[in-house]
Design a protein around this ligand. Sequence first.
Ligand code: SF4
Length: 346
Amino acid sequence: MSASEFSKRLIAWQKTAGRQGLPWQNTSDPYRVWLSEIMLQQTQVATVIPYYQRFLERFPTLADLAAAPVEEVMPLWAGLGYYARARNLHKCAQAVVAQHGGEFPRDAALIAELPGIGRSTANAIASFCFGTQTPILDGNVKRVFARCFGIEGFPGTRAVEQEMWALAETLMPARNTGTYTQAQMDLGATVCTRGKPLCARCPLADMCVAYRDGRTQELPVARPKKAVPERESFFLLMRSPQGILLEQRPPSGIWGSLLCLPELPVGSDAASYAREHYGVVAQQWHEQTALRHTFTHFHLTLRPLLADVTLLPQAAESNVRWLNASEFEAAALPTPIRTLLAMSHG
Ligand code: SF4
């Protein structure tokens, strides 16, 4: 099958069977397309939709986002995970204002230089918004390519990725670029799915190597396994009549800039640490049910220590806040911390 046949089939399929009416479709506003692309990285469509809508209600334009302090952005991202995306989103909006007069550049190579935007996302924005002939290569496309063309090797390796980029360039049509880009995303998300692809409904079935050879479960080749480290940490649940003490994390590292229960440094004693850093005296510490959370590169067991505390007259650190249960919902809290708080309120 020729390159033009590949794109022709996908474009035709998109028009009849692709996803229609998603809130970020039918717009060529780069701000909206970019926001959806960043939110959709690592996150399902159904989860993204309400976040996307809330975000746009608060920041209807790129200029609104750029002008806001990052502390106002984080609560709108809390629960979506991968928080570096939100910090980069904010930095990117400011860079577009500072370097490009508030308008996204039309050249995909320039878009790719902005914070938090990789080559595939830049190409998607350019093809959707400016009709450029710039192909994408996200996880969905890699899966379709690996299966359809029988590409061996883990797609995360440089050599396989380069081979796929070359293929993506060859297959990219000159016209209907946005529809083709959307078709690739939709085929990977709804038909050529990771677990059980629906080959009988696939417009590429008669040319697909994996389907022909019964290898859809083997391709794409999985990431070579390596042991994921286990870590554990104690988190202090300090309760006073003013609520629970929460502390803003430093901007880098896990949960950067989000509000969090204080994490007890390894080897520290909870009572002295609480007194020294937060100006509180604890009655007695009670260990609560632990929670295990999986990050990309490690598992973390969160061990909460609960205590009723009284405040000493000296000032606590400035990056702490006392929140009561009714304020948890609107606060920028990472999901596992939200869960711990919910568990502690029974
Ligand atoms: Fe994926 Fe099956 Fe289509 Fe091949 S035929 S591209 S495995 S859905």
